[in-house]
Design a protein around this ligand. Structure first.
Ligand SMILES: [Zn+2]
Length: 248
């Protein structure tokens, strides 16, 4: 049942990803996400519906605008695919429990924030703040506990301290994102931090090898790694935390 439903959810998942692309492209520029309709970011020409089908249109158009030929970033199909897989994964993991809605919403927000941070180097307040409140209320209602509130404040407090101690590293956007992670993940937010930091090591080491000491001044957006950690924790956080605690 869960598997069939998970496959069924792929198509709406792609559509959701398509919407998240619009959110990530426009919200940091303070543009409306409703009007105008989809248009080429280079020539401004409106995109007709058959050129706006998730994944398919990107392949058919070979990643170029039909009107001006400007290349369409690989980010667009990537966001659509990742969103569909995450939505599907949530259904498979949580089944038809109300929690699945919170989980899909959480994943969608993480995708939008990552895409916005990669493209505009900003974690938009209008996305992260209301989402964090919605998730905190939903989790508290679904599982009556103060765990979500405590984890949200502890996680964001920890990153705030890090940001204050090492200015230039972590940004305030990451602090707000940590609040969202804590609200959704509760105690397993520590898994999200650990996974996110390990993942961020990969590009850091790569930069260090390529640019040597100059790499110290180069900034990598941290939000996508925190988001990745958040996804890992959502799906296997409890198992990883239990396994770790049993070692102690
Ligand atoms: Zn164009």
């Amino acid at each position: 049942m869960s598997i069939a439903l998970a496959i069924f959810i792929l198509l709406p998942g792609l559509a959701l990803g398509s919407f998240l692309n619009v959110v990530a492209a426009r919200v940091p520029l303070h543009e409306s996400i409703v009007r105008p309709g989809s248009h080429c970011m280079t020539c401004g020409k409106a995109i007709v519906w058959y050129d706006n089908i998730p994944l398919v249109s990107y392949v058919v158009l070979r990643g170029r605008c039909r009107n001006c030929g400007a290349s369409i970033g690989l980010r667009y199909p990537a966001v659509e695919l990742v969103t569909a897989l995450l939505a599907s994964g949530c259904v498979w993991k949580f089944g038809l429990h109300l929690e699945v809605l919170a989980a899909i919403f959480f994943c969608a927000v993480l995708v939008a924030i990552s895409a916005a941070d990669l493209e505009h180097r900003i974690v938009p307040n209008v996305i992260v703040l209301p989402s964090a409140v919605i998730v905190l209320v939903a989790q508290t209602a679904l599982h009556l506990s103060v765990e979500w509130t405590i984890a949200a404040f502890a996680a964001s407090g920890f990153l705030l301290l890090t940001a204050l101690l090492y200015p230039g590293g972590m940004g305030m956007g990451d602090v707000k994102l940590a609040f969202l992670l804590g609200a959704m993940l509760g105690r397993t937010v520590v898994v999200a931090f650990a996974a996110g930091m390990v993942a961020a090591l990969v590009p850091s080491i790569w930069l260090l090898i390529r640019h040597g000491s100059k790499a110290r001044k180069m900034k990598i957006p941290f939000a996508p790694f925190l988001a990745l950690g958040g996804v890992v924790a959502l799906f296997v956080g409890k198992a990883l935390l239990d396994a770790y605690l049993s070692l102690l």
